[in-house]
Design a protein around this ligand. Sequence first.
Ligand code: G3P
Length: 342
Amino acid sequence: MKKKLSRLFLIVLTMGLVACGGNNKEEKTTESSKLPEKKIIKLSTKFVEDEQTAKTLHLVENKINERLKDTLEIQVFTGGQLPIGKDSMEQVVSGANWISVDGLNFLGDYVPDYNAVSGPMLYKTFDEYLAMTKSELVKKLNKDAEKKGIKVLSLDYLFGFRSMLTEGEIKTPNDLKGLKIRVPNSQLYMLTLKAMGANPTPLPFTEVYSGIQQKVVDGLEGSLMTIYGTKIYEVRKHVSLTNHLLGVSGIAISNKVWNSLTENERNVIQEEIDNGALYNTAETVKLEEEYKKQLEDLGVVFTEVDAESFDAPISDVYTQFPKWTPGIYEEIQKELNKIRGK
Ligand code: G3P
């Protein structure tokens, strides 16, 4: 335990020491044109610069680029500057020099059971989810992804449990009736929010702020990290703590591109992405508390919901995915019981 803690401390320390500001694309282009033999891999993410995941990805970018400076360069593009979600995964699958960082649901488009392991109301803590990603069950999904041309580099970039952000308070599914709630473009999210009583409306996150102002949607669901980092609290001030889904990102690269890298390049990239995940979780745990206080100071009100009233409608979501492996939900529950020491 002591050893584990000191390793984590070392990672947090070294990541903290790396200078940030890895977003100078002009400089990068000039550099890359001087070194044409250098492999350039673009990394695309929805997270905006002020969000912790984006900050962590820049640290990872800097560490990798420092260690592989003669042969390879990662270029991080945040805030949806490059294609994200489904379009980003298509880049991966088509074999582009591309890394996609987005919801597990976009991996679920290729291996449907990823949606099952990131389904609603499964995990009580971050650690439970992080233990699940190390299970044989999830390792098998990663193998299945490889068969579809996708190398999963991490599933551990979490950004907190998601709750409702609306104009008024939500206590039960009844309070969500008739409300248009923005969700990512994902069947899992659509069905979950529908089961919870809302009228789910898929919209890219970049359009949510104006979407609320223009009444395209009444509210959204998201984590504290999202609410604070994107400043969406400026247009909606009521958080109802449903904690219905865990916000997590998967990091994926083309299997073909991965196999074309040298062993050293693969090791460095994997190591820094893994270190980044540990750092990201540590920062998320710390920042969630800080952000809650800061949001309260900014006038955001937090309400506990009647959690039981959401349980039965949400459990029905697990019956609505014909493409999932039969019995996967039971397998996940068995794994969760092991994780919880039952
Ligand atoms: O920057 C947006 C991010 O924090 C959440 O995106 O699409 O998972 O709600 P999404």
